[in-house]
Ligand binder design. Structure first.
Ligand SMILES: Nc1ncnc2c1ncn2[C@@H]1O[C@H](COP(=O)(O)OP(=O)(O)OP(=O)(O)O)[C@@H](O)[C@H]1O
Length: 241
C-alpha cells in the first residue's frame, strides 16, 4: 500500500496568528516507511516538509494507521526517518547525542504519548513532576505549586495524591498532558490528547492548546477530533493514495 502525506493549505484562526520568527521545529523532505508483517512496504510520508514556530497549532489528521504517531515520534526524535531531517531550533537532531536530545525533550519539548503512560508507583502529582526530577529536590519543590495548578486547571485537583491504578483513561490523559507542560516547554507534541475526554473536557484541552500558542508556544497534535483540527492554524493530512 502506498501512502503519501500532503500539507493542506494553512487555515488562520479567528484571532489571527503571531508573526513567525525562527521556527522551533523544521522537518525537511521526510520519508518514513516500514516493512509490514507481510514484507510489503508501508509508506507513512514521502518528501514531507513542514515547520512549526511561535503561534502555530499544527494538527495531524488521517485515518487510524495512517501514520500520525509515527510522524510525531520522528518530530520528537523518538524514531528516525528513512531520509530527510528534523531540526530543533536550527540543530539537526540526528547529530545530537542521546543525552542532549533527552534533555531538550524534557525541557523545551513536552511530549505526550497516545497510551498516556505513567509510572505506577508514583502519585498523580509525582508523575507530573517526573520531568523536573533530574534537576534535583530543590527544583521539584519549586515546581510543586505549578504542578498543582496544572492539575487543577485540568479538573484533577481532587486526584493529586491518587495512584495511577485508580484513574480513568481520560484522567490519565490529562495527567500526562500536565506532565508534558510542567517545564513550560515552547513546543508541545501531543498524540490524541482529547481521545478519552467528554466534550467539555476536550474543549478545555483545546483552549489550553490555543492559549499555549497565543503565548508564543507551538503545538504539533495528532487527533481524530474535528474540534482540534478547527482550532489549528494548519493541518497535515496523512492520506492513502
Ligand atoms: N516500528 C514499526 N514497525 C513496523 N510497522 C510500524 C511501526 N510503527 C508503526 N508501524 C505501522 O505504521 C502504520 C502507522 O502506524 P501509526 O501508529 O503511526 O498510525 P496512526 O495514524 O497513529 O494510527 P491511530 O490513529 O490508530 O493511532 C501502521 O500500519 C503500523 O502498523
Amino acid at each position: 500500500m502506498n501512502r503519501s502525506a500532503r500539507v493542506s493549505s494553512r487555515v488562520d484562526t479567528a484571532e489571527g496568528r503571531r508573526v513567525r520568527t525562527v521556527p522551533d521545529i523544521v522537518a525537511e523532505r521526510l520519508t518514513i516507511d516500514f516493512r509490514g508483517a507481510d514484507g510489503a512496504k508501508v509508506t507513512i510520508a514521502e518528501d514531507l516538509s513542514f515547520s512549526l514556530g511561535a503561534g502555530d497549532v499544527c494538527c495531524l489528521l488521517g485515518r487510524s494507521g495512517s501514520g500520525k504517531t509515527s510522524l510525531l515520534r520522528v518530530a520528537a526524535a523518538m524514531a528516525a526517518p528513512v531520509s530527510g531531517r528534523v531540526t530543533w531550533w536550527g540543530a539537526d537532531i540526528q547529530k545530537m547525542g542521546d543525552d542532549e536530545r533527552r534533555m531538550m525533550r524534557r525541557t523545551r519539548i513536552g511530549y505526550m504519548d497516545q497510551a498516556a503512560s505513567m509510572v505506577r508507583d508514583l502519585t498523580v502529582l509525582e508523575n507530573v513532576l517526573i520531568p523536573v526530577m533530574p534537576e534535583g529536590r530543590a527544583a521539584v519543590a519549586a515546581r510543586l505549586g505549578a504542578a498543582r495548578d496544572l492539575l487543577e486547571g485540568f479538573a484533577l485537583g481532587g486526584h493529586l495524591d491518587a495512584t495511577t491504578a485508580t484513574l480513568s483513561s481520560g484522567e490519565r490523559q490529562r495527567v500526562c498532558l500536565a506532565r508534558a507542560m510542567i517545564n513550560d516547554p515552547s513546543v508541545l507534541i501531543l498524540d490524541e490528547p482529547t481521545a478519552s475526554l467528554d466534550r467539555g473536557l476536550a474543549d478545555l484541552v483545546i483552549d489550553m492548546l490555543t492559549e499555549h500558542a497565543s503565548a508564543g508556544g507551538a503545538v504539533l497534535v495528532a487527533s481524530h477530533d474535528p474540534h482540534v483540527a478547527e482550532s489549528a492554524t494548519s493541518v497535515i493530512r496523512l492520506e492513502t493514495d
